[in-house]
Design a protein around this ligand. Structure first.
Ligand code: NAI
Length: 507
């Protein structure tokens, strides 16, 4: 089915943060847009808010005043639901309450034509359950925008049990025509983004709870090595712990307590204590004007340790780019066959495979073992996490720090946590995405698109996993599962299958 053309009227119900943003998107794409809100004056206030935002764009030269006026001319507030009759698409963005959404949409379908498309912007309610109260459940789909709707590129188009595929096709095409990246999902808890993003927060919280490092260090690692725009703690502070904790709880409950989604007691305590993040002035960080900035921990190279050559035994696989970078920085590299390690003076440096350094040192009889973390791009990363095995001499760290510092890479020491920070997070993100694909929630391509455009990840989790090797990610998860003995780290059957077949998840 084609996209709705701009001759079709779009109606938005609810003129709050999301409704106003969606109305702006539809009007900017050229549709006449009606806005209804049950609160008197709210629709007008929503349009006034849109006008303010457009004025700022005109000031910045991003929009000309003719375009601004044309967009505003397409927006009309309505005070009676009956005026919705000519709408070809009605999007509800009202309070997140099943009974109220059903009641409003039931009224709408009695007013609008039988082929009017109904859409819900719900972020957590099942589309199937909303549709169950309707005369024409086949006409309802989810159309999930992200906040702020005019800025965020992603739209999830969600089908419930009864949704007519022609309706989802039309919404996918229409969202595309509105300049959005539209992805398709089956109505399941958290849809794509709110489910697949859980490990980003959960693994950070777990590392914090286990004393692997403090929040500033873990945030810096996810930014400087992982390439994420924000680390999990600063992001949770921005989202608000009440909101983030509620989403985790609802996904955890909806999946019958699957321990992949276990909420964090640390976050619960922040909510209980009113430390909701930026909006309350305090969360993991203190936002008072005079509060000191939390700095990430870093090891300093010291003056004695100078490294000018290393021995590389075998391939470092996904971390081979690090060797190239070291060479470019003037470090002499002597190559030998071997299991994939770097010898620097008496220290042995290896890429984490999801085991603790202490366990690996014992099994592989390596004295002075130091592990390092995965990075998105070793040729550019500015920080890397390392961990030291319990058996090693503490002097084993100095040559490693000197080596990485010589390449301009800061080093943050984590306690000996299996999978360190970036590797364990990326492995868990990819694992969740694999399960979503396996369960038919979305395609592999849409899983990647959703995370890149819905939460600005530097790469899609599945593409990232394929780039470093599905076998490596599978091994990492198996090791994490052995370390903790928890089903939380169980590898998805799809990941396992593709790791053995050598095929792409995108096939
Ligand atoms: P909001 O509280 O800013 O706005 C909701 C608006 O709906 C209010 O103006 C309210 O007066 C109006 N309203 C409530 N009941 C109504 C009814 N029976 N009839 C007509 N209007 C009614 O809420 P927000 O944040 O815009 O959320 C709206 C929906 O979008 C919810 O379903 C929410 O889960 C979803 N959503 C929210 C996101 C966010 O980040 N805020 C992101 C994506 C989805």
């Amino acid at each position: 089915m084609n996209a709705l053309n701009t001759g079709h009227t779009v109606a938005v119900i609810g003129a709050g943060a999301m409704g106003a943003g969606i109305a702006q998107v539809a009007a900017s794409a050229g549709h006449p847009v009606m806005i209804y809100d049950k609160a008197p004056g709210a629709a007008q206030a929503g349009i006034a808010g849109i006008a303010k935002g457009l004025d700022r764009q005109v000031e910045r030269g991003k929009l000309d005043s003719t375009q601004r006026n044309a967009i505003l001319a397409r927006l009309s507030p309505i005070s009676d639901l009956k005026d919705l009759a000519p709408a070809a698409l009605v999007i509800e963005a009202i309070v997140e309450n099943l009974a109220i959404k059903q009641q409003v949409l039931t009224q709408v379908e009695a007013i609008c034509s039988t082929d009017c498309i109904l859409a819900s912007n719900t972020s957590s309610i099942s589309i199937t359950s909303i549709a169950a109260g309707l005369q024409r459940p086949q006409n309802l789909a989810g159309l999930h925008f992200f906040n702020p709707a005019p800025v965020m590129k992603l739209v999830e188009v969600i089908s419930g049990l009864d949704t007519d595929p022609a309706i989802t096709d039309c919404l996918l095409a229409t969202a595309g025509a509105w300049g959005k990246q539209a992805v398709q999902a089956k109505s399941t808890p958290g849809f794509i983004v709110n489910r697949l993003a859980r490990p980003f927060y959960a693994e950070g919280l777990r590392l914090l709870d286990e004393g692997a490092a403090d929040s500033a260090t873990l945030d810096a690692l996810m930014r400087d090595a992982g390439g994420f725009r924000m680390g999990p703690f600063e992001l949770m502070d921005l989202i608000g712990h009440d909101v983030n904790y509620a989403v985790t709880r609802s996904v955890f409950d909806a999946y019958y307590g699957d321990d992949r989604f276990t909420p964090s007691l640390t976050q619960q305590a922040l909510v209980e204590g009113g430390r909701l993040g930026r909006k309350s002035g305090r969360g993991f960080y203190d936002y008072a004007a005079d509060a000191p900035r939390a700095e990430p921990a870093r090891l300093s190279a010291g003056t004695q340790a100078v490294v000018d050559s290393i021995v590389v035994e075998g391939s470092l696989g996904p971390a081979d780019g690090l060797i190239a970078r070291l060479q470019e920085c003037g470090i002499k590299v002597i190559r030998r066959d071997g299991p994939g390690l770097i010898r620097i003076a008496d220290s042995v440096l290896m890429l984490s495979d999801g085991r603790m350094a202490t366990e690996r040192a014992a099994i592989e009889s390596i004295h002075n073992l130091v592990l390092f973390d995965l990075a998105l791009d070793y040729s550019r990363c500015s920080r890397i996490a390392i961990s030291l095995s319990d058996q090693a001499d503490s002097s084993a760290l100095a040559p490693v720090v000197a080596l990485l510092s010589a390449a301009g890479i800061e080093v943050s020491l984590l306690d000996d946590a299996p999978g360190l920070a970036v590797l364990r997070t990326v492995a868990m993100l990819a694992n969740e995405a694999c399960d979503a694909v396996l369960q038919g929630v979305c395609s592999a391509r849409d899983a990647d698109t959703a995370m890149q455009f819905g939460v600005n990840y530097p790469a899609g989790p599945l593409a990232w996993a394929e780039q470093v090797g599905l076998g490596y990610i599978h091994r990492t998860l198996t090791h994490l599962q052995q370390s903790y003995g928890e089903t939380r780290y169980r590898p998805s059957a799809l990941l396992r299958r593709k790791a053995f077949s050598g095929e792409s998840i995108h096939d």
